[in-house]
Design a protein around this ligand. Structure first.
Ligand code: CP
Length: 298
């Protein structure tokens, strides 16, 4: 494993390895003794888009492993003078940076930069536009496995703005690999015809009846130009105490928009606590990713 660009380019065995290492790190953190083979490595954080969970959990993962963090601010860098991202990363490598975490609103920049680099610097995609968010899908899978044992044959219902969601796309890619039944519940304007192998529906009540996982998505307004009929949307697609299956696992990648895609009452109740657990599990999964990418094959 040299990079983490999307789920598609990960082998199934690599996904399983990340999960196993994440479990080891979770237990190690509980016992208070974390052995790290990447201590002293240098990691650059290039976040061109806002983030709370991804950024902080990668930072926490770095602190837990003794990896040094170098923050890169595009606005105060020589990108402003016309230097390309490829040349920038080559220079960071020359200075001693061992890996790069990149979040970018342009979905192609990460793929093109990784393709054009001559150095072998590990590259981690922390979210590229509406295309992919691999570490989110991995931590979601970790959380599901913890609660359900396996996702094989389980009904995973993903609700809402699937068209603009990199989280939904990475989750669908990963969960299909492990034979989950994926049901996408969305109005026509939030569907993506390029997504195959899932069931599409607009009947939320029916979808949630047999759900093992209820995954809500925020409406990604920053990627939408048209007006969203919010009132109508909430009536048909909000997950709340009247339609959720009480036995299902309530998940959300965050950030949540309260009382739009999911009710405050659910978020503040017992079922809503899994969402915080997802954030917590992100630290273990990201520690595993850093261990594999910065620590070599041994
Ligand atoms: N889930 C997620 O990527 O959250 P942030 O945008 O806060 O990092």
């Amino acid at each position: 494993m040299k990079n983490l660009i999307d789920i598609k380019s990960l082998k199934t065995v690599e996904i399983e390895k990340i999960i196993t290492i994440a479990q080891k790190f979770e237990h190690a953190l509980e016992s208070g003794v974390v052995e790290s083979r990447v201590r002293g490595k240098n990691l650059a954080f290039l976040f061109n888009e806002t983030s709370t969970r991804t950024r902080f959990s990668f930072e926490m993962a770095c602190h837990n492993l003794g990896v040094r963090i170098f923050n890169f601010h595009a606005g105060s860098s020589s990108l402003e003078k016309g230097e390309t991202l490829v040349d920038t990363v080559e220079n960071l490598w020359a200075i001693g940076i061992n890996g790069v975490i990149l979040r970018h609103r342009d979905p192609d920049i990460i793929i093109n930069t990784e393709r054009d680099l001559k150095t072998k610097i590990p590259f981690i995609n922390a979210g590229n536009g509406s295309m992919a968010h691999p570490t989110q899908a991995l931590l979601d899978y970790y959380t599901m496995k913890k609660h359900l044992g396996t996702v094989e044959g389980k009904n995973i219902v993903i609700i809402g703005d699937i068209l603009h969601s990199r989280v939904a796309k990475s989750n669908i890619e990963l969960l299909s690999r492990f034979d989950a039944n994926i049901i996408c519940c969305a109005p026509e304007y939030f569907r993506d015809s390029k997504i195959k192998g899932v069931i599409w529906s607009d009947n939320l009540k029916e979808c949630l009846k047999n759900a093992d996982v209820t995954m809500c998505l925020r409406i990604q307004e920053e990627r939408i130009e048209e007006n969203i009929p919010f009132e109508k949307y909430i009536k048909s697609f909000q997950v709340n105490e009247s339609n959720i299956n009480k036995k299902s696992l309530l998940m959300h990648p965050g950030p949540t928009n309260r009382d739009i895609e999911v009710s405050s009452k659910l978020l503040d109740g017992e079922q809503g606590q899994t969402i915080l657990e997802q954030a917590k599990n992100g630290v273990f999964v990201r520690m595993a990713v850093l261990d594999l990418l910065l620590g070599g094959t041994k």
